[in-house]
Write a protein that binds this ligand. Sequence first.
Ligand SMILES: C[S@@+](CC[C@H](N)C(=O)[O-])C[C@H]1O[C@@H](n2cnc3c(N)ncnc32)[C@H](O)[C@@H]1O
Length: 212
Amino acid sequence: MAKGTFKTPTEHQIKTTNQLQRDFFSQRIHVFDPPLPEGVPERLKKIVASAKIAKGDVVLDVGTGTGILVPLIQAYEPETIFACDLSEAMLAHLREQYPYAKTIATDVRDLVLPDQSIDIVFLNACYPNVVDKPGSFKNISRIMRSGGRMVISHPMGKSFIDLLKEKSPFPLDNFPKKAEAEGLLEPYGFLIQEFIDEPKIYILVATKHHSR
Ligand SMILES: C[S@@+](CC[C@H](N)C(=O)[O-])C[C@H]1O[C@@H](n2cnc3c(N)ncnc32)[C@H](O)[C@@H]1O
């Protein structure tokens, strides 16, 4: 497969799509409340386990929403959990349940954290939504420590995005296949360590390369 690169959206596309998403998710906060669909809690545990979080790690959950992953991450006793999302309303709901998480309302491409300060990054059910992928992966790579791990995942599998696309008021990208993902992420210093693409779960674990 051709290596390919991420599309570079215009500033106008980024701003208008992000605003559509902010409005959309801010009105659907309770869709993400438990009970979750059958099998999803177990698959979310598998997704978080794939990051191999060590006690004391600093973890970032990108597009955290209402923080579905946050208590699962907390079980590994990280030093800090940063939870970033476009929607302040989602983050307000998250803080009510998980006051220990540090929430930041921003597009991840603009997330201000020190260089090489993060050990683990999750993008769960969020990769298709990120409009400025070049800017976002550049920033994620900047803030990650060498040897750190980034997990891109979906607990319903990548074909679930096709169902969402039918009703979504904003564009959604597909999750990449392995060869495509290698080409897309390598320029940002990521090497794929694990790749699971099954009907009901998608997990890509990439390690931040030492030389970047
Ligand atoms: C489908 S929800 C998933 C929420 C959560 N990760 C989960 O698994 O339940 C996608 C979330 O990503 C957020 N989002 C989309 N693009 C983003 C970006 N560029 N930076 C930060 N958050 C983003 C949206 O606001 C939304 O809350």
